[in-house]
Structures are given as structure tokens and as C-alpha cells.
Write a protein that binds this ligand. Sequence first.
Ligand code: GLY
Length: 403
Amino acid sequence: MLKQLSIVILALATLFACTAPEPKEKALEQVINESLDFATHQSLLMAESLKDQPDRLPQTIDDEGKLVTCSSDWWVSGFFPGVLWYLYENNPSDSLKNWAINYTLRVEDQKYTTDNHDVGFMIFCSFGNAFRLTGDSAYKEVIHTASNSLITRFNPTVGCIRSWDSAPWSKQWQFPVIIDNMMNLEMLEWSAKTFEDTTYSHIAETHANTTMENHFRDDYSSYHVVSYDTITGEVERKNTAQGYSDDSAWARGQGWGLYGYTMMYRETGNEAYLKQAEGIADFILTHPNLPADKIPYWDFNAPNIPDAKRDASAGALICSALIELSGYVPAEKAKEYLAVAETQLRSLSSPAYRAELGENGNFILEHSVGHMPNGTEIDVPLTYADYYYVEALMRMKKKLATN
Ligand code: GLY
């Protein structure tokens, strides 16, 4: 009797399991709003945690999970102020604004930086967002000075802005230009328009054209470093610094290229940049090593895939770029890009990548890779992963609101 009863219960349970509705996926809008709320709480904790160290900015965490900070001259210094500005844009509270101003001013001295190309990252993510959201002309002048610093690195014979001077790993190159440098052009395009001076846009577009010519392979993947001969302007070598090998596709580098050419199309309307961005997007989205959650391994050719580390920073950067690019292409393509961006946002917003409140050194995302060949910043939070994630959330939120 007991046996018969168990069989009936089991049969009913199986029937129920088969007919029970699937757990419903949360609406994307809800995922975005919850993630922005979480990011706000987490970033306010981060801001508070460094209130007594006014010269420091968040970078990553160490092996014990302790916050690692940097001074304003490290290339990532502008990202946390930028995160605060995006969160303030989403939720214009006094506390977010005050912290955003506080952290932005910590970076101001970098407007005079002429010994590397990162002045664009440092000043435009911080002061660029500050000016965009407040219109305060003091911020505008900082960006003007920074743009003048950046263009000192342009070499007309080469047709590019030089990336590094004397980093220990750069000694083998006469004039190294890294794909990341595409990102710094946004500040120059902005300055050209704001100050009605084509010097900036001429340099930005010459750099973008030279890079388009020399950094890309036939499949639209890119080398990380291209070095030029300073006498002839010809390519001297094509290498990597942060990728797996010279011929591999370092994931964040593919993201810098995608974002860079999408942005250059927005700024110039030049169809060649749009074609370049679409080619890069196709390379990424059709790559057999792109995982189902659409967060890439740190290099598309990493040797130990599927056990290779993921890079959430590359995922966030590509996501933000795809959302923008979807606005410039025909409807079918736009749908494809937005579907991948949605998967990326859902992945990054899940416990697989998003931290718990008050943990992870108060960074938002886990699981990025800074410099694998160097053995540094592997499977850690990185301030720029947070920046592009929050930017992507904001871009998708605006896209949903206008549809
Ligand atoms: N711009 C340096 C990096 O992507 O790690």
C-alpha cells in the first residue's frame, strides 16, 4: 500500500514538474535598475573607504582581497570618477555628485601628462563626464589642456600618437602604438568641436586611419602593438604586450578597437569607420571561442580554453560598444548586436560576475584580467570593468526608454 502511494506521489510530482511553468526571466529593465542600484550602493562604499586618502583612486584588489589603490598618474585613475558620474546621471543625489566631484579633482594634475597616451582615458572619463553632466566651464578647460598634452605625442611622419615612452616592456620598440590608443581619440574629437579647432580632429582621424591600415588582420582581429620606424614612418614590428602571442586576438584589445571605431563613426560620419567597427563586431560575435554567456576568455586564442580565465572588462567594453553600434546599422544587425549585449548584461549582472555588497574591495564586478603575460591582475576586479559595465547599463537603459 505504502509502495503504491509512493508511486502515485512520484507520478504526480513528475507530472507537475513537466507542466509547471518555466521560472520567468526577469525583464531586462528590472535587471538594469537593480544593477544600477547595487552599483550605487557599492560605489558609495568605495568612495567612503578612501575619504581619508585624498590622493588615491581604486585600481583592483590583492591576493588577500584588500583594496589596491593607485595615484592619479596610473592609466586607470579616471574610471572611478566616471563611474560616479554615470551613477549620478542615473540618480542625481547630492552624495553621488559630491563624491563624483571629489574623485574627479583627484585626477586633475594629469592634464599636463605628455609621457604617455593615457591622458585621454584619465581626463575624459572623469572630466569629460563631469562637463557633460554639469556644463561647468572649469571642467572644459581641463579637457582642453589635456588635449594639448595628448597631441604633443603625434608624429606626422608616422601618422600616429605614440602610446608608451619608457615602460619596461616597451624598450624593443621605436614608436609603439597600441590598439587601446583608439580610445583617446574621443577627447580630441570633442575638443575639435568644442574649441572649433581642426588640429585635434585632424590628428585623431590620421591616427585612426593609420591604425586601420596597420593594426588589423584580414579577419578584422587586431595586433596589440604596432611599432613604427620614426625615420621612414613604415611599420617596424607587430607584437603583443598583454595578449597570448603576437598573432593572437587579445580580448580587451578587440574591444578597444570595436569601441574606438564605433565612436569615430559617431564623431565623423566616416563610413570607413563604421565598416571597420562592423568587421570587428563580426569577428568577435562569430568567433568559435566566444562562450555562451558572451563574456570572452582573456584572449580569443588562450591556450587552455575552456579553462582559460574570462575577462569581464572585455565583456563590459564590448557590450557598451555593441549597444552604441546597434544605433548605426540596419535593423537585423541591430537586433543581433543588442541580443548579444543583452546576454552580456544579464551575465555580468548575475552572481557569476557581480559581487556582493561590501565585498570584492567594493568593486562591482569580479573576474577580469589585467596583464596575463606579466602575471598581474589575474581574475580580479578592475576599475575599468566597472566603468564600461555601468556605461553599458546606462546605454541600454536609454535604448529601452526610447523604443
Ligand atoms: N590600456 C591598458 C589595458 O587595456 O590593459
